[in-house]
Design a protein around this ligand. Structure first.
Ligand code: DGJ
Length: 727
């Protein structure tokens, strides 16, 4: 297993427990991609199929070999302008104005441990081995180091690229992908996760067509609309069976994942920073790192693929005290009060919650500056002492006295025009001189590429965080980037602003975590507008969606679960009628859905009936009881709510397979309700399990037969099965 180089054949093989990935340097120095799939240690280069194809030209140095074309051969990192007309991985403007890049192999190194990427989030850990392959354009001097890391147990590979200008003239990178994957065979579907505010990560499966398809964002954020995660799968692939390739980009800004099916029916997939609004100047000697791509192959369907991502993200992406420690059950005042609160109101919400077992009170938007609505105040990170007399300390102390932790909302990246900060520093906002900026939620965006802006935010945030015992921060971001212009950069470098913004954001987050290593950060962007692995590196949980309706959340959390582990999914029980959909769902169902995430409440619990309060108490106990099972166990999707609108179910199985929990919901009641069936997965076939303290069956039978979905009256009814091993 690991990384192997066969000198004679010039063959690189990366092997994990179940997969192999192969590439080969050929006689002309081109790095060809050979194979990625089921594990094999053999030379797979027989798969290369050389054919003379019309209008697919031949590199000069292959002489009269008309069957040799970069346009049809599978390549590791295809470039622009030298005869491969498919979607490429790198485009440039060279010093002479031309756009060609001709990368040829120069050498390789193998390092112990996992590489890191300066200033950017990436998987970490000693276990991963690193391979670096160097390719270079001999004419311009542009070199690229192709980085690979191999995670054997998890069946995960990663890639990123470092560009170095070793020439004498400046080179502008206009495309710098993190990865390219070429597939010679197969009939593929693309699975991707689109959406909108309050409706993120809706799973969609479409056939890969001839031509190009792109999943991406130009919004300056990974966005509600598309997630930097896709799956390429065989037409027949299901949850439990068939081939699929999952690809995730550890990046929170503009991205593009492009898929092309070409004349030969080969499929190519590239992923990296989005090319629109991207142009990065490399002066002589300068370097540029792409974000990291994380990918896996599974021959056991989506379930195995998700499991690989869940493990790697939980263990090697999320960091800090709360990586494994149970996060406190929280209550957030946003939907309980919106902007209308004072100290007494917040303490009253906290008191009611503390009595029921809630462990953290989060004070949301509205505690600072002149912020009584969403038109003003952003940027003025000074406590509004009219609302909160005496500042944050009395309120934090009051919450602590109830036995709870205290947490606070910030939206550091944004600025209101009606703020003292904007009046003092209008040039700190992204806007183009001579044009009126686009407003969104009445706010503009701070230029995070600027050090002085980040210093201001760091100074303000640390001042606030030091003023009281604040143990949690919700980091929100409520608009997308437009009017891209940084007053600090020269005109020829404006194409760098969006990426520099991201680097600035990551730098500020890192600085804060260095200062407060135990601080629990929850990412947020109008709900799940930046639910991506880049943010997970800093905030081990992210508010999954502003939509807390249990029925809608089933679909959102279903889509989210393909890449992201349960522990990362901020999920709350809120009031009914639901503020986003107006729907009324039972408290038990809202609880069951939220327990498949970082659990909390988003309402004033004082307003519940005594009976409901008892139910909340029980819910919290149940969440804690099953915490290890739900958050550290294996997660299984049992139904697909995008297709099955009648009922949904999902399952958690403990690592030792001694227990399992199935939660579900009857989504829609039917007349003369026919029987429904829940599949059961992941048990040990040899073990005996007792179901809900009653019948005892073997894991084998339960997985073969499944369970009957209880017959129930009405819509949105929750079901629960607890399976415990009996010896
Ligand atoms: C959007 C978030 O998703 C909400 O939870 C809340 O924090 C609001 N912003 C506050 O403005």
């Amino acid at each position: 297993m690991g990384i192997k180089f066969e000198e004679k054949k010039q063959l690189f093989t990366l092997t994990t427990k179940n997969t192999s990935y192969q590439m080969m340097v050929d006689a002309y120095g081109f790095l060809l991609h050979i194979y990625y799939g089921d594990r094999t240690e053999e030379d797979m280069s027989y798969l290369l199929d050389y054919r003379d194809s019309g209008f697919s030209g031949n590199p000069y140095d292959v002489g009269d070999r008309r069957e040799y074309s970069l346009d049809t051969l599978p390549q590791e990192y295809p470039s622009n302008g030298i005869g491969d007309y498919r979607v490429n991985s790198v485009s440039v403007i060279n010093g002479d104005g031309t756009d060609a890049v001709d990368f040829r192999y120069e050498g390789y190194q193998i390092l112990q441990g996992k590489y890191s990427i300066p200033g950017m989030p990436a998987l970490y850990g000693k276990e991963g081995e690193t391979l670096i392959i160097r390719v270079k354009d001999q004419v311009t001097g542009l070199a690229a180091d192709l980085y690979y890391s191999v995670w054997e147990e998890e069946d995960i590979l990663t890639r990123c690229v470092k560009f170095v200008n070793e020439g004498t003239e400046k080179i502008i990178l206009t495309k710098a992908s993190s990865l390219n994957l070429d597939f010679l065979q197969g009939e593929w579907d693309l699975v991707h996760f689109h959406g909108r505010h309050c409706m993120e990560r809706q799973m969609e499966r479409v056939p890969v067509m001839h031509g190009r398809m792109t999943v991406g964002s130009v919004r300056g954020a990974s966005s509600h609309h598309h997630n930097p995660f896709v799956i390429l799968c065989d037409k027949e692939t299901t949850e439990d069976w068939g081939d699929c390739y999952g690809l995730s980009l550890i990046y929170s800004g503009n991205f593009a994942i492009e898929i092309e099916k070409d004349q030969m029916n080969h499929v190519r997939m590239t992923a990296g920073i989005g090319t629109e609004r991207f142009a990065w100047t490399l002066e002589e000697g300068e370097e540029f790192f792409t974000p990291e791509a994380v990918f896996t192959y599974s021959n056991r369907g989506f379930g195995k693929m998700s499991s690989s991502f869940h493990h790697i993200f939980r263990e090697h992406l999320c960091r800090g005290k709360y990586k494994h420690e149970r996060r406190p059950v929280l209550i957030n005042n946003w939907e309980a009060t919106y902007f209308d609160f004072d100290k007494e109101k917040i303490l009253n919400i906290a008191k009611g919650a503390a009595q029921l077992g809630v462990e953290l009170m989060v004070l949301d938007d509205g505690w600072f500056g002149k912020r009584d609505g969403d038109t003003s105040g952003l940027g003025d990170w000074f406590v509004n002492t009219e609302k909160l007399k005496g500042g944050l300390k009395p309120i934090a102390d009051g919450v602590n006295a109830l036995g709870m932790k205290f947490g606070l909302w910030f939206e550091p990246e944004c600025i209101s025009e009606d703020s003292d900060l904007y009046r003092a520093h209008p040039d700190w906002a992204l806007q183009i001189p001579g044009r009126k900026p686009n407003r969104s939620r009445f706010q503009l965006i701070l230029d995070m590429s600027r050090e002085d802006v980040r210093d201001y935010l760091f100074e303000r945030m640390t001042d606030i965080l030091d003023s009281a015992n604040i143990e949690y921060v919700k980091w929100d971001m409520n608009r997308n980037i437009s009017d891209v212009y940084s007053a600090k950069l020269p005109k020829e470098r404006q194409g760098e602003v969006c990426h520099r913004y991201m680097l600035g954001l990551y730098e500020l987050l890192e600085r804060l975590l260095e200062r407060y290593p135990d601080l629990l950060l929850e990412g947020c962007s109008g709900g799940g507008g930046r639910f991506d692995p880049g943010m997970l590196y800093y905030s081990p949980q992210i508010w999954c969606s502003d939509d807390t309706d249990a029925l809608e959340r089933i679909k959102i959390q279903y889509g989210t679960s393909f890449a992201y582990p349960i522990a990362t999914v901020g999920a709350h029980v809120s009031a009914v009628p639901n503020h986003q959909t107006g729907r009324k769902t039972p408290l038990a169902s809202r609880g069951a859905v939220a327990m498949a995430g970082s659990f909390g409440y988003e309402l004033d619990l004082n307003l519940l009936t005594e009976e409901e309060k008892e139910e909340v108490k029980e819910q919290i106990k149940t969440f804690k009881k099953y915490y290890t099972l739900t958050h550290e166990g294996e997660y299984y999707r049992l139904t697909n709510p995008m297709e099955n609108h009648l009922y949904a179910a999902w399952e958690f199985v403990s690592e030792d397979q001694s227990e399992a929990l199935i939660h579900g919901m009857q989504m829609m009641g039917q007349p003369n309700n026919p029987s429904q069936h829940i599949p059961v997965k992941g048990l040990n076939p040899e073990k005996m399990y007792q179901v809900n303290g009653e019948m005892i069956r073997s894991g084998k039978s339960l997985m073969a037969g499944g369970l009957n979905f209880p017959r129930q009256e009405g819509d949105y009814q929750a079901v629960e099965f607890y399976l415990k091993e009996v010896k």
